[in-house]
Design a protein around this ligand. Structure first.
Ligand SMILES: [Zn+2]
Length: 190
């Protein structure tokens, strides 16, 4: 499954495309959107919370790719974040914000579906709790990591997936920024 490098960059790009103010000059716009993009990067990694018990036990994948990688969990997590946001700033957390959160956290599942998986269970339990069958796309766009333990993450074998995720993630984020800015300009001209 993809690492926080790609998930985070994709989440930050998505947040800019959906919620940043692209009428400002590029630098000012990125500066203003930075807290939003940072928060979005963290939210896009949220389903990987299931690594935490594995870190404690030393077997990183012991609890990975289970309930938190399902659509039902994404909706529940988005609802929890949305409710917290609604209490914090009611005016900013309307229904559109809920849709934004579902999309952002759901992007994690979309990316994991198209990442190579070298260890069973192959794929993610997308339909849990209704079906436990793991789901995986018939093609892989991102390579798998060696990650049986925390120490594996530093293995030279992971240099390639890291480089691919970093360049791919930056390209996705830059693409989102460029798309939003061209769309905003077009709209303003009408
Ligand atoms: Zn994941």
């Amino acid at each position: 499954m993809a690492s926080p490098v790609f998930h985070g960059l994709a989440g930050a790009g998505l947040a800019y495309a959906l919620a940043a103010d692209a009428r400002l000059p590029l630098n000012a716009s990125l500066r203003r959107a930075a807290p939003l993009m940072t928060g979005a990067a963290a939210l896009a990694c949220l389903p990987d919370l299931d690594y935490l018990p594995g870190i404690a036990t030393g077997a990183l994948n012991a609890f990975h790719q289970q309930g938190t990688h399902s659509l039902a969990w994404v909706v529940l997590a988005a609802a929890a974040v949305w409710l917290a946001g609604r209490i914090w700033k009611p005016a900013r957390f309307g229904w559109r914000a809920f849709g934004f959160l579902v999309l952002l956290i759901g992007s994690h599942l979309a990316i994991d579906l198209v990442t190579a998986d070298h260890a069973p269970p192959y794929g993610i339990p997308l339909w849990q709790p209704f079906s436990g069958r793991p789901v995986q796309a018939p093609f892989a766009l991102l390579p798998a990591w060696e990650k049986a333990s925390l120490r594996d993450l530093m293995s030279p074998a992971n240099a390639r997936p890291f480089a691919i995720e970093l360049t791919g993630g930056l390209a996705v984020a830059a693409g989102c920024v460029a798309a939003k800015r061209s769309w905003t300009r077009r709209r303003a001209a009408i």
